[in-house]
Design a protein around this ligand. Structure first.
Ligand code: CDP
Ligand code: CDP
Length: 231
């Protein structure tokens, strides 16, 4: 028999965390939550409402007006994020958001707001969540923790190809600079910096296809989800 478990995936920007999380969720019938989408949606709200990142009462006030939810989209077979009942799945991928999100995600009040909601989503297990602090802070007891990485230039090319579809003016340099900046801020902030949990398995997918990475990780899931049938 197998038990439903929690799978926590952390790692650097654009190394394929969401891709893997989505594959796993589809295969296992689990929920998939992209925690980065929450920080991106909060950032979009802050930009739209000119929230000053130095003003803590303004930040708390803004957070009290934000309601985030995930709604399953049959077509894309994944959950789209809604910001106060508006589907912002596409808007949060824009560079204007990517340029600000790490600064916003470093704010303590923003993190406690997002983390509280993330912890609630894991109550029933059977969930794959990816981000930066999932194995260290959100689900420290997750049965399977994965820390993903890939060669920086491979990550730049992957993200460039994604963004190019909707933004043909984007350059490799622009993408490289954004990934470097976010990795730096995410790894060096005071509040739950990006780091590998001691018990996380390292996965470098620089030369792995999507199919190869899934096969590898499904073996790890099998080991972790195995239980003794007591009946
Ligand atoms: O673009 P990419 O998919 O690599 O990043 P993301 O997962 O969408 O996350 C965007 C940003 O949100 C990250 O660069 C972090 O600053 C922040 N983040 C975080 O602080 N903690 C998380 N658990 C997830 C994202
Ligand atoms: O979530 P994260 O920012 O870590 O990355 P992602 O958005 O899942 O993946 C970034 C890009 O890399 C996507 O376009 C994936 O299709 C691609 N990818 C790949 O080419 N090979 C892999 N083994 C994994 C992801």
């Amino acid at each position: 028999a197998t038990n439903k478990i929690i799978i926590a995936i952390d790692g650097f920007s654009s190394c394929g965390k969401s891709t893997l999380a989505k594959q796993l969720a589809a295969k296992l019938g689990y929920a998939f939550i992209d925690s980065g989408a929450m920080y991106r949606a909060i950032t979009l709200y802050f930009i739209r409402n000119n929230v000053s990142l130095q003003d803590h009462s303004q930040i708390l006030d803004a957070l009290s007006n934000i309601h985030l939810s995930f709604v399953f989209n049959e077509k894309s077979q994944q959950s789209d994020i809604y910001l106060n009942d508006e589907d912002v799945a596409h808007l949060i991928r824009e560079m204007t958001v990517a340029e600000k999100v790490s600064e916003v995600a470093a704010i303590r009040e923003v993190r406690s707001f997002a983390v509280a909601q993330q912890k609630r989503m894991g109550k029933k297990k059977g969930i794959v969540m990816d981000g930066r602090d999932i194995g260290t802070v959100v689900f420290p007891d997750a049965e399977l923790k994965i820390f993903m990485t890939a060669d920086p230039e491979v990550r730049v090319k992957r993200r460039f190809q994604e963004l190019y579809v909707t933004n043909p003016h984007i350059t490799l340099d622009e993408v490289r600079h954004n990934l470097e900046m976010r990795d730096y801020i995410d790894s060096n902030r005071e509040e739950s910096p990006l780091r590998r949990a001691e018990d996380a398995v390292l996965l470098d997918n620089s030369t792995l296809t999507r199919e190869e990475q899934l096969a590898k990780v499904l073996d790890w899931v099998k080991e972790r989800a195995q239980t003794v049938d007591v009946s």
